[in-house]
Design a protein around this ligand. Structure first.
Ligand code: FCB
Length: 437
C-alpha cells in the first residue's frame, strides 16, 4: 500500500475546514434517555450484528462529551461533524444535550457541524412513507430553533444511498428490509426530506448548507461490454441516483419513472441550491456482469439476482474491513464529478474518509490518511474546488452491523472501561494541522 512518505503534506488553501466526523447512534449511548430508533429494534434481533452488541452504551459520549471535546481541541481541528439523534430530539430534554455540546464546542473554538439525520430513524417511522419527509422537516425546525443561534453550518442527511441499499434493499442494516429494487421509494423520500430540510433551514436564516453523500469511482471488471454496462448501472445507483436529483433536479436514466408521487414537483424541492456538496469517500468499486451466484464486498453479500456483481480490486492492501486502499480513487472521483456536473457542482467538502485498523501504533491509518490527503490535494491542483476534509472518525465506535469489531478512530476506546487513548494517528493528524497553520 501507499506509505507515508515522511515528506510534509502540500499546503491546503487558507480557510480550509479541518475536522473529524462521528454520528449519534455510534457514540452517544444513553439509549434509555431517548425514544428507540430503528437501529435499537434491529440490534435487538438475534444475528443482525456480528458480535451481538448494541449501541445502548456505545462510547457513552452523552456523559463524556466534555472529555471528547477536549480531545477535539487537543487535535486542533477547526470543525466537528456530529449528528443529532432524531429520537433524542423528540424525547424530553433531548435538545438540552445538543445545546450543551454546542456550547462546549464553541467554547473550545471548534465549529459545530451537525448532520440532521444519520440513519437512526425513530422506531415507528418508515422511509417507504412519504409523510416521513414532512416529519423530518418538523425535526429540522426543532433543531434549528434551538441551535441556530450558534450553529451556522448544516448537513441534511448522511449517505441516503447506504441507508437505502444496506437498510432497505439488502437488509444488512436497520430496518433490515430486503426489498431489492422495491426500495427505490426510500431513496426518493429521503431526497425529498433533504430538499424540505434545505427549505426549512433557509427559512430559519441558514446560509451554509450541504449534504453528505457517499460516492466512489466504479470500475468495470473488464472491457467486455457486459461488464461495462453492469458497472455503468452500478454507477447510476451509487453515484448518479443521489447526486443528480440534488445537483441537476433530474433522476438519471429514467429512474424517475419508478419513483412515487408527483416526481416533477418533488424534484423542484430536492434541487434547492446547496452552498456545498459533501462527499464521503472510502474506496472505488469494481463491478462486472452478474455471475449467477452471490458476490461479496467487505463482508456484504450481493444477491445473485441483481444485474451486477462486485469483484475484487486486485493488488491493493486491504483495511481490516476488507476495503481496498485506493487513494487516487479520490482524485478520480472529484475530477470526474467536476467534469460531469461542471458549474452545477458547488464547492466540495470531504465529509468522511478513513479506515479500520487495530492497534494504538496505527501506522497503516497514518499512511492511509496521508495518501488520501495528497490525492485530495491533487484534485485541488486539477482545479476542483474543495473546501474541507473530515476524518472518519474521532473515536472507535459502534460500526453498525459490524458492532465494535471495526476500529475507525484516531482515539482508541476500551469498550469495557470506556477509557479513551489517542493513537499514533491522532498525534500525526495534530501535527499535520499545526503545520497547515
Ligand atoms: C459510512 C458511515 C459512517 C461509518 C463509516 C465507516 O458509510 O456514514 O457512519 O460507518 O461508513
Amino acid at each position: 500500500m501507499a506509505t507515508d512518505t515522511g515528506d510534509p503534506l502540500p499546503r491546503f488553501p487558507a480557510g480550509f475546514l479541518w475536522g473529524v466526523s462521528t454520528s449519534a447512534h455510534q457514540i452517544e449511548g444513553a439509549a434509555e434517555l431517548r425514544g428507540p430508533s430503528v437501529w435499537d429494534v434491529f440490534t435487538a434481533e438475534p444475528g443482525r450484528v456480528k458480535d451481538g452488541s448494541t449501541a445502548a452504551v456505545a462510547c457513552d459520549h452523552y456523559h463524556r462529551y466534555p472529555e471528547d471535546v477536549a480531545l477535539l481541541a487537543g487535535l486542533g481541528v477547526n470543525a466537528y461533524r456530529f449528528s443529532v439523534s432524531w429520537p433524542r430530539v423528540a424525547s424530553p430534554g433531548g435538545l438540552d444535550f445538543y445545546d450543551r455540546l454546542v456550547d462546549e464546542l464553541c467554547a473550545a473554538g471548534v465549529r459545530p457541524v451537525p448532520t440532521l439525520f444519520h440513519w437512526d430513524l425513530p422506531a415507528g417511522l418508515d422511509w417507504l412513507e412519504r409523510d416521513t419527509a414532512a416529519r423530518f422537516a418538523d425535526h429540522v425546525t426543532a433543531v434549528a430553533d434551538r441551535l441556530g443561534d450558534r450553529v451556522t453550518k448544516w448537513i441534511t442527511l448522511n449517505e441516503p444511498a447506504e441507508h437505502t441499499l444496506l437498510g432497505h434493499a439488502l437488509g444488512a442494516h436497520a430496518p433490515g428490509r430486503r426489498l431489492l429494487f422495491d426500495a427505490l421509494p426510500v431513496a426518493h423520500h429521503q431526497l425529498l426530506a433533504h430538499g424540505l430540510a434545505v427549505r426549512t433551514l433557509r427559512a430559519a436564516g441558514a446560509r451554509d448548507i450541504g449534504i453528505a453523500n457517499s460516492h466512489g469511482p466504479t470500475w468495470p471488471a473488464s472491457a467486455d461490454p457486459d461488464d461495462v454496462a453492469a458497472a455503468g448501472f452500478y454507477d447510476t445507483l451509487l453515484n448518479r441516483l443521489f447526486a443528480e436529483p440534488v445537483l441537476l433536479g433530474a433522476y438519471p436514466d429514467g429512474l424517475g419513472e419508478l419513483m412515487p408521487g408527483d416526481v416533477a414537483a418533488d424534484l423542484r424541492v430536492i434541487a434547492e441550491p446547496l452552498d456545498w456538496y459533501g462527499v464521503n469517500y472510502y474506496a472505488p468499486t469494481r463491478v462486472g456482469a452478474p455471475l449467477g451466484t452471490r458476490s461479496e464486498f467487505g463482508g456484504l453479500a450481493i444477491p445473485a439476482e441483481l444485474p451486477f456483481s462486485i469483484r475484487e480490486i486486485e493488488g491493493r492492501a486491504l483495511t481490516d474491513f476488507g476495503w481496498p486502499v485506493v487513494p487516487e480513487g479520490l482524485t478520480e472521483l472529484l475530477c470526474g464529478f467536476r467534469d460531469r456536473y461542471g458549474d452545477r457542482l458547488p464547492p466540495i467538502v470531504i465529509t468522511e474518509n478513513g479506515c479500520s485498523y487495530e492497534g494504538l501504533d496505527d501506522q497503516e491509518r497514518i499512511a492511509y490518511l496521508d495518501a488520501h490527503l495528497r490525492a485530495l490535494h491533487a484534485a485541488l491542483e486539477a482545479g476542483v474546488d474543495v473546501r474541507g476534509y473530515f476524518v472518519w472518525s474521532l473515536l472507535d465506535n459502534f460500526e453498525w452491523a459490524e458492532g465494535y469489531a471495526r476500529r475507525f478512530g484516531l482515539v482508541h476506546v476500551d469498550h469495557d472501561t470506556l477509557e479513551r487513548t489517542p493513537k499514533a494517528s491522532y498525534r500525526w493528524f495534530r501535527d499535520v494541522l499545526r503545520a497547515q497553520g
